[in-house]
Design a protein. Structure first.
Length: 454
């Protein structure tokens, strides 16, 4: 649901990302009368979503020389006369140094202020801020671990098993499970090494490992004037190695009282830290039915269409308008949460072979949107999936008046997708959706329900 009014401040917007998210952002730019300009790598320069579009080659295929090259990206935005920049997700989307660089050169970064992003990017200060706002936390360290002896002391108090997690981490990197004390040294050393390589920050913190939990997140929007609203919650518990595979809304595992209490606390917490833009608070539902705060993602989420399908609100439009200084045009009472929505992420991977990457040329592509179905993709027949980046091919989102209706529409659509030339995760998604565990909503983050192919 677009506001259907021009954004006066922005005429040209630089998209510092690739693939499905870049194409997604461009669609909203088109609807708002904003010219999108794409920053791309050599590997993506001939991608079909760039056809008849303005683009700039940032550098070679390697991300460090293109999609992570801060100075090159900002310079390209300035040279193409873009007054705003959208980072999408991944790459520089949660990089406070990049956000600061944009602002220093007069380019509006579409996201939260760099100072807020800095606080949220460091997990322990973020958790402290959320505790002050009244959110329940997972037991663990109050800050970063001083050393391995500090970790051993905490294990005595919180009990095993525990998680060692990178202070600047994400996506499961720099994370290790410790189930007995003999594993601590190896887990500590390897988590530090991975965190240092991935984030240039070796610091770790510790949390009690909650096994059998459900991953719940709340979508928020906040403007520059202290107005914050939520767009309901999503259940992202179908995961593999901490990577989300299927997301849905509402989270039927939640009771009404717990849902109401948590969304209210999330709104208050976002307001308290001065959050601006679209953001997501992530929680783990423990075996006692308590929602415990894990982290806040200061960006657009891959699974944002789930919330869009239930509310009719275009989250990219909201991000752009907020960045332009406009107040939120919606109050909480204006937001209607309708029906049920489920999203599948289709990746170029072979689920029957340990989810091995499957780059290559898509010889034929056919995916049709029908009533209640949305397909977000950047591919077409002849497109070559490069081996350098995330393997997302498309997202299929289904809406229905209830969960069963949404699931049935999703299954029918997945069965009719034709993608020749590469392997995809569609067989895995169909297996999950058909499983009794998924249909009965009785599963958790420990295993992919109904799938034994890994």
């Amino acid at each position: 649901m677009l506001k259907c009014a021009p954004v006066e401040r922005f005429r040209r917007l630089f998209i510092a990302n690739r693939g499905e998210v870049a194409a997604r952002i461009a669609r909203t730019c088109d609807a708002l009368g904003i010219t999108p300009v794409f920053g791309v790598s050599e590997a993506d320069r001939d991608a079909p979503y760039l056809r008849d579009r303005e683009s700039v080659v940032l550098g070679p295929s390697r991300s460090s020389e293109s999609y992570l090259a801060r100075e090159r990206i900002v310079q390209a935005a300035i040279q193409t006369q873009c007054s705003a920049l959208h980072p999408g997700w991944g790459f520089v989307a949660e990089d406070p140094l990049f956000a600061s660089l944009c602002e220093a050169h007069g380019v509006t970064f579409i996201g939260p202020p760099a100072a807020v992003m800095q606080e949220l990017g460091r997990k322990t200060p973020a958790k402290a801020a959320m505790a002050r706002a009244g959110l329940k936390l997972i037991p663990g360290s109050d800050g970063v671990l001083r050393d391995i002896d500090h970790a051993a002391e905490l294990i005595e108090s919180v009990g095993l098993p525990v998680l060692l997690k990178a202070e600047s981490g994400g996506g499961g990197r720099g994370m290790r499970v410790v189930r007995n004390r003999s594993e601590l040294k190896e887990a500590f050393d390897s988590a530090q090494a991975e965190a240092r390589a991935a984030f240039a920050d070796h610091r770790l913190y510790l949390e009690k490992l909650i096994e059998g939990g459900r991953h719940i997140e709340i979508q928020l929007l906040a403007d520059k004037y202290g107005h914050v609203v939520h767009l309901g919650e999503r259940d992202c518990s179908v995961q593999r190695k901490h990577q989300k595979l299927i997301e849905e809304s509402p989270a039927l595992v939640l009771g009404d009282a717990e849902r109401a209490r948590t969304v209210d606390a999330a709104v208050r917490a976002a307001r308290a830290i001065g959050y601006v833009g679209a953001g997501t608070m992530e929680f783990l539902l423990d075996e006692d039915g308590e929602l415990r705060f894990m982290e806040m993602n200061a960006r657009l989420q891959v699974e944002h269409p789930v919330s869009e399908m239930r509310t009719g609100i275009d989250l990219v439009e909201a991000q752009i308008r907020i960045a332009a200084g406009e107040p939120l045009w919606l109050s909480q009472d204006d937001i209607e949460l309708r029906g049920h929505a489920i999203e599948c992420r289709i990746n170029a991977e072979d689920p029957s072979n340990g989810f091995a990457p499957s780059p290559g040329v898509i010889e034929h592509w056919e995916a049709t949107e029908v009533e209640g179905i949305r397909i977000d993709t950047h591919v077409e027949g002849g497109y070559e999936v490069p081996p350098h980046y995330d393997s997302l091919v498309c997202k299929v989102i289904a809406w229905g008046p209830d969960r069963n209706a949404a699931r049935d529409r999703l299954v029918e659509t997945l069965q009719n997708i034709r993608c020749d030339g590469i392997s995809t995760t569609i067989p895995m998604h169909l297996s999950v959706l058909a499983s009794k565990a998924f249909r009965d909503n009785r599963y958790d983050t420990r295993a992919v329900p109904g799938w034994g192919g890994d």
